[in-house]
Design a protein around this ligand. Sequence first.
Ligand code: SF4
Ligand code: SF4
Length: 150
Amino acid sequence: MLLVDMTCKSHKDNFDPFPWYKGGLRFKCTGCGKCCTGFPGYVWVTEEEMAAMASLLNISVDLFKRRYTRIREGRYSLTEKVSQNYDCVFLKDKKCLVYEARPKQCRTFPWWEENLESEESWKCASQGCEGISEEAPLVPYDEIERNLKI
Ligand code: SF4
Ligand code: SF4
């Protein structure tokens, strides 16, 4: 357990219960599809998510697993087309073929803890996502937090 010194005045005075993005962050997805391609990675999927995607594609979960997933570190991840710039197996013409049933990892991007850790990490995420931009509308703090808790 982390011990907090509640008697330390300077700590108390400087303590801000809100994260650095309390004023909201600017983002709007442009649909460019870049977060679904470009580099090797993992899109982790749960049994429920695979069942939802299989149902959308009208195939069995077993077939879905065989066709579209691989197992890494004991978990299922969607396969990627290595020879096609590491496209996600469901990316076609910049569109997601399972959009309505896409996994949580996709639905919540870019609101991931690692992207929100600091201003630097948010800036770093913006290099791969053109939707993170000063021109984009402001997403309020409450909405960011809701996405983080999905
Ligand atoms: S990279 Fe960003 S803007 Fe492009 S599709 Fe992904 S979330 Fe949307
Ligand atoms: S499932 Fe869809 S949204 Fe997620 S990485 Fe693949 S193409 Fe992109």
